[in-house]
Design a protein around this ligand. Structure first.
Ligand code: NDP
Ligand code: 2IT
Length: 459
């Protein structure tokens, strides 16, 4: 072994030891937070090549700093239901890291929300936001509130109470929330109205994903789904493939899912399955997106209602079964850990060529290994779903400049950003000796900018 190789090996061993020890600390300091541990582990493993090559990151204890959020705010959200009964939920905002810009990240309203979920999402948001090339730090928030079955007025009262507390911690240059699961333009509207009453000023840039009539950006609704498909199309191109003529399965039927389906169909794909938490639809002739949009965006109904209007489609109870459907391209766009090892193996056995993560952390670590080991083209969430937050940052820019861009202008910028995220991730994967491994490439590319900014600022 040459001296250079020996030194390299020592550094790699040093990086392994460092992350092993630090991961132990993370587990001890954050007991029971399994989703947070999972997100940290994926990033840590990816960073070994960059830590080995640049020992300064270990010397400056950058990872020790990165895994500790700047602050976590947890608060009571009391609200009154339509029967006049007082209900109480728990709200969160995790302000994880503002090395490169104000905290930025969505709000999730779902009964499963807890500190672990919000911390994993906030941690991932740091690297995702850095990858976009825009000046935005990482944050996330939400509540264990279940919007299902609630009236508009109940949603409004909840949002107002949630914002009454959250307003103390956010601002256009401090922390800028947006939507996520269970939070769309309606909820953002109620929260924006309450924020405005509390601060007595029209600070449009305090929230993104606003309605188009009061500061929202054209293209924000479509951005995450479209962006994920733009990213996957780039990745497919590198292998001489494309969406055109492909069979696609998209989980979920919410904001990300609907617009991923729309763009995939526009590019010539046939989407044969989608889902909600109750079950999935399989429609061999191709999902009718107009029906899904009406059911989900207008009528607030379930996937099972689709088959009433399309009797040649079938509905199967249980959402995890969607991965039994054979496809060329799988786009998980529902929630975390929706693809486990067994589902990944099934997808591979059925001939999947590419997987693009529209949701945050939809594949378990074991599932990712199955895809990479089987040479499936794999677009990791932090890169593939960054289109949503990118257009949020474009919304902030438009709010600051007090102007609005056309849909064409926003879409052109989104395409450029997704292209640049793809090429930065590829470049980093090549520079660190794992060409084509976009998990490692995206994590490293996102990490380096934040780490250098933290060292430069001494934070
Ligand atoms: P929506 O609330 O609009 O839709 C969520 C969809 O996923 C629904 O179909 C929902 O079904 C399903 N779903 C949610 N939770 C579960 C669960 N535990 N099990 C099975 N299905 C579930 O959310 P979005 O489309 O905005 O978000 C989807 C994913 O994309 C999330 O991981 C989110 O973090 C991520 N994301 C969102 C961005 C955005 O801009 N909105 C940006 C980047 C990532 P049901 O209605 O039955 O609950
Ligand atoms: O996970 C995400 O990137 C989002 N939910 C969007 C965040 C944002 O600020 O637009």
């Amino acid at each position: 072994m040459s001296l250079v190789q020996e030194v390299e090996q020592t550094h790699t061993q040093g990086a392994h030891n460092y992350i092993d020890q630090l991961f132990e600390v993370v587990q001890q300091r954050n007991p029971g937070e399994t989703e947070f541990h999972q997100a940290v582990k994926e990033v840590f493993l990816s960073l070994i090549p960059v830590l080995a090559k640049n020992p300064k990151y270990i010397e400056h204890a950058v990872l020790d700093r990165l895994v500790e959020p700047d602050r976590i705010i947890s608060f009571r959200v009391p609200w009154t239901d339509d029967k006049g009964k007082v209900r109480v939920n728990r709200g969160f905002r995790v302000q994880f890291n503002n090395a490169i810009g104000p905290y930025k990240g969505g709000l999730r309203f779902h009964p499963s929300v807890n500190a672990s979920i919000i911390k994993f999402l906030g941690f991932e948001q740091i690297f995702k936001n850095s990858l976009t090339g825009q000046s935005i730090g990482g944050g996330k928030g939400g509540a264990d509130f279940d919007p299902k079955g609630k009236s508009d007025l109940e949603i409004m009262r909840f949002c107002q109470s949630f914002m009454t507390e959250l307003s103390k911690h956010i601002g256009p240059d401090t922390d800028v929330p947006a939507g996520d699961i269970g939070v769309g333009a309606r909820e953002i509207g109620f929260m924006f109205g309450q924020y405005k009453k509390l601060v007595g000023a029209y600070e449009a840039g305090v929230l993104t994903g606003k309605g188009l009539g009061y500061g929202g950006s054209l293209g924000r609704k479509e951005a995450t789904g479209y962006g994920a498909v733009y990213f996957v199309e780039e990745m497919l191109k590198s292998a001489g493939r494309g969406f055109n003529g492909s069979t696609v399965v998209v989980s979920g039927s919410g904001n990300v899912s609907i617009y991923a389906m729309e763009k995939a169909i526009q590019l010539g794909a046939k989407v044969v399955a989608c889902s909600d938490s109750g079950g999935y639809i399989y429609h061999e002739a191709g999902i009718n997106l107009d029906t899904i949009k009406r059911l989900k965006e207008v009528e607030n109904r379930r996937c099972k209602d689709y088959v009433v209007e399309h009797p040649d489609a079938i509905y199967v109870e249980g959402c995890s079964g969607i991965w039994t459907v054979a496809c060329d391209i799988a786009l998980p766009c529902a929630t975390q850990n929706e693809i486990d090892k067994a589902s990944a193996e099934l997808l591979v056995r059925n001939g999947v060529k590419a997987v693009g993560e529209g949701a945050n952390m939809p594949s378990t670590l074991d599932a990712i290994d199955v895809f990479l080991d089987n040479k499936v083209l794999f677009a990791p969430a932090k890169a593939a779903n960054a289109g949503g937050v990118s257009v949020s940052a474009l919304e902030m820019a438009q709010n600051s400049a007090r102007l609005s861009w056309t849909l064409e202008e926003v879409d052109a910028k989104l395409q450029l950003i997704m292209h640049s995220i793809y090429s930065e991730s590829v470049k980093a994967s090549e520079a660190y000796g794992v060409p084509g491994n976009l998990v490692i490439g995206a994590n490293i590319a996102g990490f380096v900018k934040v780490a250098d900014a933290m060292i430069a600022q001494g934070i």
